[in-house]
Design a protein around this ligand. Sequence first.
Ligand code: B12
Ligand code: SF4
Ligand code: SF4
Length: 407
Amino acid sequence: MPHPIRPDQRHEAGWRIDASQFERFSAVNDVFNRSWWDPSVRSEKTERFFESYRKPLEEWRKARGFQRKDYALRNAAWHGADIFAEMKEDQDRREGFLDPLSVLRDASDEVEHFDSPEIAASELKQVALVLGADLVGIAETDERWLYSEAYSRELDGAKPNPMDPGLDRVVVIGQAMDPSLIATAPSALAGAATGLGYSQDVIVLLSIAQYIRNLGYSAVPSMNDTALAIPYAIKAGLGEYGRHGLVITPEHGSNVRFGKIFTNMPVDIDHPIRFGVEEMCNLCRACSDGCPSSAIPAGDPNDHLHNVSNIKGISKWSVDGEACFNYWAKINSDCSVCIRVCPYTRDYDRWQNKLWAKVAGSRLRRMALWWDRRQGQGARVSSKAWWSASTETPVTLSPTRGSPDSL
Ligand code: B12
Ligand code: SF4
Ligand code: SF4
């Protein structure tokens, strides 16, 4: 089923870009890549952080959620994505993270023709969902969101980031992350949700790209490499941008990862949606208050650059990536607290949460915020509760205000 967008929710992207200041972003300057080449980011802690994904830590922390079984699960969840990332490292490719995924058969010589771009788009979306995507939308490609350079670990610097300009469509997919794991953030256990998201994404992206190629068109599947996911997800109508610097979707809040497929298949495009997120973020500060590294701004959108890891010339809420990643290195795992505490992170299969979303999108949004806080929605679930759910019947993983795990 295609993504449901009501006509009254269609909007233009509304980018606030100062063309005289704008510069395409170089992947060399994202914080992960800087932690390889930039001594002001690289440290023993960042090295130990990356190593902990490959081999067991030498010292285990006593804190729950950071013990051996938590890391065992986290690293197992990453395993699928890791296999593809490491498969062509001898060719200076880190597929899915620094380079597009390439384990694909060639496109068919025979091209399938569709009666209209609308039909082609709706069939493609149905295929994407059946192949495992949770959300799918389509946008026009836009050079502004293409990285100006890719990062090469071999060169320890920039390498070209080629993209065929004939690929004028980008299919953006969303993969929901496991809410019961995210509810334990910050923890290595919650990091399993991230790893699973990536591992599933790889398979789904490759399958959709192969389907397009089997129809005789070009398709380049991309995860974190090649281009910025967030402006594309917004353009493709998957959600609205939040204060925490992430896209909030109507179906899963921001508890979702994005992947993209660049193609020349002649498909119709989607439109950005608005459902009250910006207005809610103007009232709410749950993410900026809850962020353990104070990386999320509490003020209005602006074009302030925290450091070289922010794109230039766009007025928006921007996260301090250095502060965020420093915290990850300190706790030895990634963090998802900003997703956990956001009031939009809910199970929208439940009628109460559907009703909450309706109120949140109306003039009564203050009431929705009050209701959210009263519910204790977004409180941390203890990792102990997550593990003990395996022996309890029925399984209960609802958030409690009880004693949160200490770090
Ligand atoms: C590098 C990176 C990080 C780094 C460093 C960011 C940096 N500044 O270098 C750090 C460590 C901070 C990080 C953290 C997280 N990340 Co991250 N990250 C990325 C990655 C790989 C590259 C982004 C990048 O190049 N940023 C550098 C510059 C452009 O940053 P910036 O100017 O601050 O812009 C940010 C936003 O403002 C937005 N953005 C960029 N251009 C524009 C333009 C407009 C008009 C707008 C409105 C927004 C916008 O995207 C940028 C995201 O960093 C993307 C994947 C991708 N290719 O996009 C995932 C990605 C953004 N991360 C993601 C997630 C989920 C997280 C975490 C929750 C961790 C986790 N559990 O996975 C945290 C959340 C932190 C936060 N609140 O933002 C998801 C977001 C999904 C969503 N729902 O929106 C992405 C898309 C990965 C994915 N495959 O889904 N991340
Ligand atoms: S991932 Fe954690 S440290 Fe980074 S911005 Fe979100 S809450 Fe803050
Ligand atoms: S936590 Fe609140 S302010 Fe932050 S993104 Fe979610 S709704 Fe917006």
